[in-house]
Design a protein around this ligand. Structure first.
Ligand code: F6R
Length: 609
């Protein structure tokens, strides 16, 4: 997730407006920033790594000439957060500048093709192919307009994009386009704007046009023209009046960032699934060679590790050891050696306990692999191979979208390893890969169809003194995560166990009305789990079951149930089954009057041991 912005203003320089708007988009990414403007046939460009204020202090982002320009605030996906990788990116001639939010999946092929035609690339980004493709189109057809060159360019892109383009050749217009990344246009009497999100221009205009997927827009001081990318047909669309306050606008109308981030999951999962195959393959090769694999993390990321230990075992027949990072040195430190591999999973890449475990393992010559949401974080610097999960910044303290993305990367990794080891048939591989691709839609269905029901369940149980979360097999990890979410934001004491363990002690807590949440995918554990549901029911527990759609057997037993679309294979089930639990925790917190975005005593990134 990055923020893009562009504007053309009457009788004033664009740069101060771009700078101010990028500040309002900083929540979308903050590892580097850049601005490009055009005046008198010349392109002006300033960009660097760092937060906007830091870069402004060094480069003065307000000081670029020209009434037209574009800007970008970055959250790295391809290429580390370095000046060279910061946007805008330019073509060989330095006349076309592009800002981009999204991921171009076929950039390697395009780059190779363009290099073959003599184009010279400066960065490691996927974005840089765009200005070169535009340049190539204009070179091949001297009478082509910038808008047509952009149109022909985006037709060649696979993946997601929202782009804004300026050129010295047409210094009075910005061309922008979108596919699966957000883009809005704003207008007033004095200017025209394009941005990733409405807050970017809300203080200067509340008239916004939402650009749809597959559309290209040309902005000029005369207004805007929208065209369909597929057939160049012009689309008529009037601006809408936005009545959000600036604070509501940053949350896109959601009451809290956490709810917004829960709702973003179909999109973030789609982005995660666009990961470059070769990084997954490389990491799978390291895992394949390892004598022992430790999966090291804290909190929610640990739950992703726990779930993935079932994935690695069931798909790739690889035994892995999920370990809570703060225990790693005590528990395994002395036995780690050159044959050990440590896969550290950390959204922030900066969690002190994880870095301590990594350092201890490095000193004993172990191989370090990393999975993180923060390219450029310490974890990426100390890892032999790392994968960026591509979920975009998460503002709510409680991890939601980053958890489901971690799970989907780890599932993809387990699948690659299984293939490498010859542990799955071609048919099984295709089946699982297809189901993984479908998960964003499944998650979307869960949110669309079950949110209201979860809200009602939260109302019903809001005064409960404690909760149980139970699951078997891989759903144990889902249960642990549901419990953590509820405890950390709704402050409800909760216990999670593999369901089979409950009768070895915890069941003694249960008395009539005690809420017990069961995670019930129809997998190999299903029949035994029903026995556990009966045990709890016999003791008067209130059963809240997360079930597959149409599971009549558990519907009859449960006091309340939440349905998840059927047909997701067991190893992928945590990704869809955890979503109702995120919503449950969220609505419990809201019912109890707490702000779920900022739970007491917690920080987003825990950088002390
Ligand atoms: C829970 C939560 C924390 C983090 C944990 C690890 O919602 O956010 O438990 O998962 O502090 O953080 P990272 O993944 O940044 O290492």
């Amino acid at each position: 997730m990055c923020g893009i912005f562009g504007c053309i203003v009457k009788d004033a320089n664009a740069a101060p407006t771009i700078h101010a708007s990028l500040k309002r988009l900083e929540y979308r990414g903050y590892d580097s920033v850049g601005v490009a403007t055009v005046q008198d046939g010349k392109l002006y460009l300033k960009k660097d790594q760092g937060k906007i204020d830091e870069v402004h202090a060094v480069h003065n982002l307000d000081d670029l000439p020209g009434n037209i320009g574009i800007g970008h605030t970055r959250w790295a996906t391809h290429g580390a957060p370095l000046q060279i990788n910061a946007h805008p990116h330019v073509d060989c001639s330095g006349q076309i500048a592009v800002v981009h939010n999204g991921i171009i999946e076929n950039f390697s092929e395009l780059k190779q093709e363009l290099e073959g035609r003599g184009h010279v690339f400066k960065s490691k980004t996927d974005t840089e192919v765009i200005p070169h493709l535009i340049e190539e189109n204009l070179r091949n057809n001297l009478s082509m307009s910038l808008a047509d060159a952009v149109l022909e360019t985006v037709k060649r892109l696979d993946g997601s994009y929202a782009i804004a383009v300026i050129s010295t050749k047409e210094p009075d217009r910005i061309v922008c386009a979108r596919h699966e990344s957000p883009l809005v246009v704003g207008v007033n009497e004095k200017a025209v704007y394009c941005a990733s999100d409405i807050p970017a221009f809300l203080p200067v205009t509340n008239k916004a046009v939402i650009v749809e997927d597959g559309e290209l827009v040309t902005l000029s001081l005369g207004g805007y023209e929208i065209k369909k990318i597929s057939d160049s047909k012009v689309v008529a669309r009037e601006p809408k009046l936005i009545d959000w306050t600036p604070e509501m606008a940053v949350k896109q109308g959601y009451q809290h960032f956490m709810l917004k981030e829960i709702h973003e999951q179909p999109g973030t999962l789609r982005n995660t699934l666009r990961l470059q195959e070769h990084y997954l393959d490389l990491m799978a090769t390291f895992l394949d060679r390892a004598h022992e694999v430790f999966l090291v993390a804290c909190g929610t990321s640990y739950h992703a590790c726990l779930a993935s230990s079932y994935m690695f075992s069931k798909l790739a027949f690889l035994v892995t050891y999920p370990v809570i990072a703060s225990e790693f040195v005590e528990q395994h430190g002395k036995s780690v050696n050159i044959d050990s591999t440590l896969l550290a999973v950390s959204q922030s890449g900066e969690t002190a306990d994880i870095l301590a475990a990594v350092n201890a393992a490095r000193q004993r010559a172990a191989t370090i692999l990393g999975l993180t949401n923060a390219i450029g974080s310490t974890l990426t610097r100390v890892s032999r191979v790392y994968i960026g999960q591509q979920s975009g910044p998460e503002i709510g303290v409680a991890a939601t979208k980053t958890f489901t993305s971690q799970l989907s990367v780890l599932a993809g990794l387990a699948l690659r390893l299984a293939k490498k080891r010859g542990k799955v048939s071609q048919d099984e591989m295709d089946f699982l890969a297809e189901k993984l691709e479908k998960l964003p839609d499944t998650v979307e269905t869960v949110i669309q169809t079950q949110e209201e029901k979860v809200k009602q369940i939260a109302k019903k149980y809001k005064d409960a003194k404690a909760f149980f979360f139970l699951g078997r097999g891989i759903s144990t990890a889902t249960a642990y995560e549901g419990r953590l979410k509820l405890m950390e934001i709704a402050y409800v004491p909760a216990i999670a166990f593999p369901a089979g363990e409950s009768k070895h002690g915890p069941i003694s807590l249960v008395e009539p009305g005690f809420p017990v949440v069961f995670i019930c995918p129809k997998d190999e554990t299903y029949k035994t789990l029903i026995g556990n549901v009966m045990e709890m029911k016999a003791r008067g527990a209130s059963i809240i079951a997360v079930i597959e759609e149409g599971d009549e057997e558990i519907k009859r037993l449960a006091d309340d149930y939440i349905e998840v679309p059927a047909g997701t294979p067991e190893v992928l089930s945590p990704i869809s089954f955890v979503v109702p639990l995120q919503l449950l925790a969220y609505y419990m917190a809201v019912e109890k009057g707490y702000n779920p975005d900022t739970p007491r005593n917690l920080a987003k990134s825990v950088t002390v041991k």
